[in-house]
Design a binder for this molecule. Structure first.
Ligand SMILES: [Fe+2]
Ligand SMILES: [Fe+2]
Ligand SMILES: [Fe+2]
Length: 407
C-alpha cells in the first residue's frame, strides 16, 4: 500500500467533487467556473501556469461554503450582502493549507466589485484573478437555469449582453471583453455538460507534468476538507479533526507506526466528506428522521468512499474512511461488511467516530458524561457492532481519549 501516486491535479479535481455536492440540485458549479475562468485566461494570453492555477482556484473557490442554504443564497442574485462570509472563510482555510495557500488572496476577493478592488491595497495580479473568478462565478449563476435543457443556446446572447452592462463596475473591462469574444459561439456553452467537463479535466491532467504530493501535503489537504465538512453545522465543529486524532492514538496503542498512522489520520479527517451532500436541515434536525431523510443521511459514507477512491486509489484510505458505519455483525451500511472483512483501522475509526460524537452536543441531545459514554460503547460491543478490543483499549485510557474528544 502506498500513496506514491497522488498528484495534485487528481487530488484537487476529486476533492472539488465534494464541494460541488453542496449545490445539491446544481452540482459541478465549481468545475464550470474553473473552465470558464481558464478559457478567459487563455484568451488573455496568461502564462500556462497562471491558466492552470486559475482552473484550481475555480474548482476550490467555494470551499468556504458547506451549507446548502448559503449556497442557495449565493446563486439567487448577482450580488448578496452575505457573500463576504464565505470568501473570508475560504481564504482562511486555504491560507492554512500550504500546498494551496497561494490561492487564498484571490478567493478572499472573489465577490468584490472591480471598482472596489481598485481602491484596495491588493496586487494587480490578485485583483485580476479574483475578479476573473467573480466573473465566471456570476456567469454560471446566469446560465444555471438553462443548463440540462439545451435552452442555453437561445439564451447565451442575453447573458453576454447582461455581463457587458456590468463592465467597469462589477467586472474588469478587459475580462469582460475576453469573455464576450470567446462566449459568442455555441461550443463555449455546450462544453459545460458534466461528462465533457470530466473528460476535459482528465485530458488536462494527462497533459501537465505530474506534481506529487508528499504525505504532509496530503494531510494538509485533508485537514482543509475536514474543516469544510465540520463547518456544515455548529454541532460537528472539529468532529473530523478529533476523530482523526483519536483514531491515530488508538492505532498507535495497537502498535501501528509512522506511515500507517498518517494514513489512519487522513482517513479520520476525511471520513465524513460525503456529508457535504446532505442538507444541514437533516443533520441538524432535532428528533427522529423520516425514512427518506435517514436514507439521505446514510448515503454519506458511500459518497466518502467514492470520492476518496479517486484521490487515494492505491491506498486503503477509502476503505478505512468509507466503512466507518459498518458493524461487526454485518448490519451497518452501506456495504453490510462483517467482522471478517473489517480491517483493524476500520474498527478503530468506527469506535472513534461514535466516541467523539457521544462526547459532543447534538441537536437531539446534550453532551454525556464519560461513564455514560463508556457504558454506551460497551452495549454496542455486546450488540455485535463495535470491536471489543478497540473499545477496551479506549477504556484503558478513557480520560486521555476524552480530552482528545472534547475541546
Ligand atoms: Fe461560487
Ligand atoms: Fe459518518
Ligand atoms: Fe463522523
Amino acid at each position: 500500500m502506498n500513496l506514491q501516486h497522488v498528484d495534485i491535479h487528481n487530488a484537487i479535481t476529486a476533492l472539488s467533487c465534494a464541494l460541488d455536492f453542496v449545490g445539491v440540485d446544481e452540482v459541478r458549479h465549481g468545475k464550470r467556473v474553473a473552465f470558464m475562468a481558464r478559457a478567459i485566461a487563455e484568451r488573455l494570453g496568461w502564462p500556462e501556469t497562471e491558466c492552470l492555477s486559475i482552473l484550481y482556484g475555480g474548482m476550490l473557490h467555494d470551499c468556504g461554503v458547506s451549507r446548502i442554504h448559503e449556497h442557495r443564497r449565493l446563486t439567487e442574485t448577482l450580488e448578496w450582502d452575505g457573500a463576504e462570509d464565505h470568501c473570508l472563510r475560504g481564504a482562511d482555510y486555504l491560507s492554512a493549507c500550504l500546498p494551496l495557500a497561494h490561492l487564498a488572496a484571490e478567493i478572499r476577493y472573489h465577490h468584490t466589485r472591480w471598482i472596489k478592488l481598485l481602491e484596495l491595497p491588493v496586487e494587480q495580479r490578485v485583483r485580476l484573478r479574483a475578479n476573473l473568478l467573480f466573473l465566471a462565478d456570476r456567469i454560471d449563476v446566469l446560465q444555471a437555469p438553462f443548463l440540462n435543457s439545451g435552452a442555453i443556446l437561445t439564451e447565451y446572447q442575453g447573458i453576454i449582453a447582461r455581463i457587458k452592462t456590468l463592465s467597469g463596475t462589477l467586472f474588469a473591462p478587459e475580462l469582460v471583453e475576453a469573455f464576450a469574444e470567446i462566449a459568442d459561439v455555441e461550443a463555449f456553452w455546450l462544453a459545460m455538460e458534466p461528462e465533457y467537463l470530466d473528460e476535459d479535466l482528465r485530458d488536462i491532467g494527462s497533459q501537465i507534468p505530474t506534481a506529487m504530493l508528499d504525505i504532509s501535503a496530503l494531510k494538509e489537504l485533508a485537514r482543509l476538507f475536514s474543516r469544510v465538512v465540520d463547518a456544515k453545522t455548529p454541532y460537528t465543529d472539529e468532529h473530523s479533526q478529533r476523530v482523526a486524532q483519536i483514531s491515530r492514538q488508538l492505532a498507535a496503542d495497537f502498535g501501528l507506526e509512522n506511515y500507517d498512522l498518517e494514513q489512519v489520520e487522513i482517513a479520520g479527517l476525511l471520513h465524513d466528506i460525503g456529508k457535504l451532500r446532505v442538507s444541514e436541515d437533516i443533520i441538524e434536525k432535532p428528533g427522529g428522521l423520516t425514512p427518506t431523510e435517514r436514507a439521505t443521511m446514510h448515503r454519506h459514507s458511500y459518497d466518502t468512499f467514492r470520492i476518496l477512491q479517486r484521490v487515494f486509489s492505491d491506498s486503503k484510505i477509502p476503505i478505512w474512511a468509507g466503512f466507518h458505519h459498518e458493524t461487526l455483525n454485518g448490519e451497518g451500511y452501506p456495504f453490510k461488511s462483517s467482522h471478517k472483512e473489517l480491517d483493524l483501522e476500520c474498527r478503530i475509526i468506527a469506535v472513534a467516530d461514535i466516541f467523539q460524537a457521544l462526547a459532543q452536543e447534538r441537536p437531539y441531545r446534550h453532551t454525556m458524561s464519560l461513564q455514560y459514554i463508556l457504558d454506551n460503547m460497551q452495549s454496542r460491543v455486546a450488540a455485535g457492532q463495535l470491536d471489543a478490543a478497540v473499545v477496551a483499549k479506549l477504556t484503558e485510557n478513557a480520560e486521555r481519549y476524552y480530552r482528545l474528544a472534547v475541546a
